[in-house]
Write a protein that binds this ligand. Sequence first.
Ligand SMILES: *Cc1c(COP(=O)(O)O)cnc(C)c1O
Length: 346
Amino acid sequence: MFRENIEKMEGYTPGYQPTDSAAVKLNTNENPYPPSPKVIEAIRQVDAESLRRYPPILWDSFRQAGSEILDVAPQSIVCGNGGDEILTVLIRCCCDQNRPLIYPALTYSLYSELATIQNCPAIEIPYDDYNHLPKKLYNTDAGLTIICNPNAPTGTLVAIEEIAQLAGAVKGVLLIDEAYIDFAPQNCLELLKRFNNIAILRSMSKGYSLAGMRFGFAIASEPIVGAMLKVKDSYNLSIVAQAAATAAIKDQPYFKKNTQAIIAQRNRLIKELPMLGFDVNPSQANFILVKTTNKSAREIYDLLCKQNIFVRYFNTSGLTDKLRISIGTPDQNDRLLRALADIMGH
Ligand SMILES: *Cc1c(COP(=O)(O)O)cnc(C)c1O
């Protein structure tokens, strides 16, 4: 009944969304803090008249605020209904049967799903070492190459200069997925001045606590922006989402306070979990990837669920029996550590 590629695909599996508000939810890398009070205020101020009208096509207020904060031109910003829409639009711009999507793996599993929908090959080049890009990436016929940096689900970060070398080597577009960059010490924005085949993806879901609002954006060179504007839905972001995201990005003090608290808690878990017998990957994101010893990750996952604590369990090739834990508030992390100490018999 449907196109063959759609019939064959299984679809993206999102993390479990418990409805119990008492649950400690550390399974989908959301921000544990609410959005800035200024966001709630901006949403309240959306009036009937602006709901009656179509929203700005080119997200003028967000572009202006984002350009000031990131020090880029307003016209270099393209907004999407979540960073995920940015991925969809770029794949539609760049990929077809002769122009594959190529990315190092393991990484965000949505990339391959989107390639399947677009009916273009998704070529995964395995990392030998998550701290460096695989050499095979530098010489491909990709229509689009994606580097997730920091990478999900490993939390590892590749150096800017390595990505610069890749930008100089690839023939197609290079997308740097910086969904988690708000928790990392450096970003690739400066590369936009050096290369015109680069786009950088940002999300308001993680650092700015707006996963439920759906707002992401790309910063890209003029030709890439031009192509994306042709492909995107004309009114792709509601007036409410535009108002909320603009207020969120403008409130930098609030953003910095929360991201710093999350980084401090991340470093705390990286220090304390090994004392309970876990192997933790160093991470530059708002989650950690954990390998268990003595007990299987599956068993620990089940025991945590019983205590109303939800983390992400992975068991796929290359990611066998691992837990990915999003960083919560100090209280949530206390509860997690207590539960894990209990489970491990400490
Ligand atoms: C969260 C995430 C995105 C974008 O998420 P949105 O909620 O759609 O903004 C993109 N890439 C990766 C790797 C992510 O984890």
